[in-house]
Design a protein around this ligand. Structure first.
Ligand SMILES: C[S@@+](CC[C@H](N)C(=O)[O-])C[C@H]1O[C@@H](n2cnc3c(N)ncnc32)[C@H](O)[C@@H]1O
Length: 390
C-alpha cells in the first residue's frame, strides 16, 4: 500500500520519552506522546522498520480509525465506517484480539470486542455482497482502545509482543521484559565504551540488551511479525529490505566490557545460552558470583540491575541483609554509577544511601522504582596533539 499512515507504539508507562527519542532517531515524525504510547507517521516501510529496529516499544499498531463513542450504536457505526475491505482480503480471519477501556462510558471489553466484530462483518458483507465469510485465510488481529470516550482502532502488525526477541528461552524467577530493560539502559548515559555490570543478571536480559545495542543488532532481526502475512498490504520485498538493512548494520567486532553475575549457577548457564541465541555470547562475561563478592578494579563503570525484591512473603525478611550487601558492594566501586530497578520499598534505607534520582516505573501492573546513584563522568581523554603539551 502506498501513502502515509499513523502508527501507534504502546510502551512502558513513565518511559514514553525514551520510545519517542528512539522513533525519531529511526527517522519518523512524532504526532503525539500520551501515557503509555507514542503515535508517529510513516509509510509501510516505517511499519516494517519500527517492528525490526525499535527496542523499547511493545508492538506497532497501524491506526485505521479514531472516533468518539459513548453508546454501542456509535461504536458499531464508527467501526462499520472503516473501509475494512481495503485492509482485509475476502478470506481474511479478522477479530478484536484485545480491547481496553479507561475513563470511558463504554467499559465492557467483551461487549466492545463482539460488537466491533459484528460491525466489521457487516461492512465486509456490504462490500462483497455475501452473507458469510469462511475466514480461512491470513490473520488480521485488531486492537481497540477507548480512552475518555475516544476509540482508537489499530491493526496489530507485530503479533507476538516485541519484547519477545526470540533469544530468551530460559528465564529466571522474575525476569524483566526485554523492552523495559532496553528502555532503562537508554535512560542512563551508558554507551558501549563504558563498563557495564549486572550483579543480579538472572537470565541475562540487561547484559544481552546492552550488548545488542553496542553491536548494532536489531532486536527484531531473528523473529517474525504478523504483518509479514499481509501480502496485500506490505510486499515481501519491503520486509526483505528491512531484514537486510538490519543484517548490514551488525558489528560484533566491537570491543565492550559487559559482565553478568548471579548467585545461581544454573541461571548463569541459561544466561550464557540466551546470549548465544542473541548473537552476543562473545561480548559478555557471565560468572557465578554472589553480590558480596562484587569487585571491579576500574573506575567509572555502570551497574544496571534488577535485584530480588522479596516476591514471596517468606523472602521479604531476607531483603534487609541483601540490600545492605548491595550498599556495601557499591561502596567498593570507585566513581561508578549504579541503577537499580526494584519493587522493594526500603531499598534506599538498607543500601544506606539516598538515590540522586528516583523514578516510578510500572513493570506491568507492579509499581517499581528506578533508583539512580550517579557517579562522576570520566575525565575527557586528551587528543593526541594535546597529550604532549601538558
Ligand atoms: C529479579 S531476578 C533478576 C532477573 C533478570 N533481570 C532477568 O531478566 O532475568 C534476581 C536474581 O538475583 C539472583 N540473586 C539472588 N540473591 C543473590 C545474591 N546474593 N547475589 C547475586 N545474585 C543473587 C537470583 O538468582 C535472581 O536470578
Amino acid at each position: 500500500m502506498e501513502g502515509r499512515y499513523e502508527f501507534v507504539a504502546p510502551c512502558h508507562f513513565g518511559l514514553e520519552a525514551v520510545s519517542k527519542r528512539e522513533i525519531s532517531d529511526l527517522g519518523y515524525e512524532i504526532v503525539r506522546v500520551e501515557d503509555g504510547k507514542v503515535t508517529f507517521t510513516g509509510d509501510v516501510e516505517a511499519l516494517v522498520r519500527a517492528n525490526i529496529f525499535l527496542r523499547t516499544t511493545q508492538r506497532i499498531l497501524w491506526k485505521v480509525a479514531e472516533f468518539r463513542a459513548v453508546t454501542f450504536e456509535e461504536l458499531f457505526q464508527g467501526i462499520k465506517n472503516i473501509p475494512w475491505e481495503e485492509y482485509f482480503p475476502k478470506d481474511a480471519r479478522f477479530w478484536v484480539t484485545k480491547a481496553t477501556s479507561v475513563k470511558s462510558t463504554l467499559f465492557s471489553t467483551s461487549d466492545i470486542q463482539s460488537i466491533a466484530k459484528k460491525a466489521m462483518v457487516e461492512r465486509m458483507k456490504e462490500h462483497y455482497h455475501i452473507s458469510w465469510f469462511a475466514e480461512t485465510g491470513q490473520e488480521y488481529p485488531v486492537r481497540i482502545s477507548i480512552y475518555k470516550d475516544m476509540v482508537t482502532v489499530g491493526l496489530d502488525t507485530s503479533g507476538e509482543s516485541l519484547h519477545k526477541r526470540g533469544y530468551r528461552k530460559m528465564v529466571s524467577k522474575a525476569p524483566i521484559e526485554e523492552t523495559l530493560a532496553a528502555a532503562l539502559i537508554r535512560l542512563t548515559p551508558w554507551n558501549k565504551d563504558r563498563i557495564l555490570v549486572d550483579p543480579f543478571c538472572g537470565s541475562g536480559t540487561f547484559p544481552i540488551e546492552a550488548a545488542m545495542m553496542g553491536a548494532n543488532i536489531a532486536p527484531g532481526m531473528r523473529r517474525t511479525f504478523q504483518g509479514q502475512q499481509w501480502k496485500n498490504l506490505v510486499s515481501e520485498e519491503v520486509w526483505q529490505r528491512g531484514f537486510e538493512e538490519a543484517q548490514d548494520l551488525v558489528d560484533t567486532s566491537v570491543k565492550m566490557d559487559i559482565q553478568g553475575y548471579d548467585i545461581d549457577p544454573l541461571i548463569v548457564k541459561a544466561a550464557r545460552e540466551n546470549a548465544g541465541r542473541a548473537g552476543v555470547a562473545e561480548l559478555i562475561h557471565f560468572q557465578q558470583r554472589p553480590i558480596h563478592k562484587l569487585r571491579h578494579p576500574k573506575k567509572y563503570g555502570f551497574v544496571i540491575t534488577n535485584p530480588p525484591y522479596g516476591e514471596r512473603m517468606e523472602e521479604k525478611e531476607d531483603m534487609p541483609i541483601l540490600y545492605r550487601e548491595i550498599g556495601e558492594a557499591f561502596s567498593h566501586l570507585d566513581d561508578w554509577s549504579e541503577y537499580i530497578i526494584t519493587a522493594y520499598e526500603d531499598a534506599e534505607r538498607y543500601i544506606g544511601r539516598k538515590a540522586d534520582k528516583n523514578r516510578k516505573i510500572y513493570n506491568g501492573m507492579m509499581k517499581t522504582y528506578f533508583y539512580q546513584f550517579l557517579g562522576p563522568k570520566p575525565p575527557r581523554r586528551k587528543r593526541p596533539e594535546q597529550a604532549g603539551k601538558a
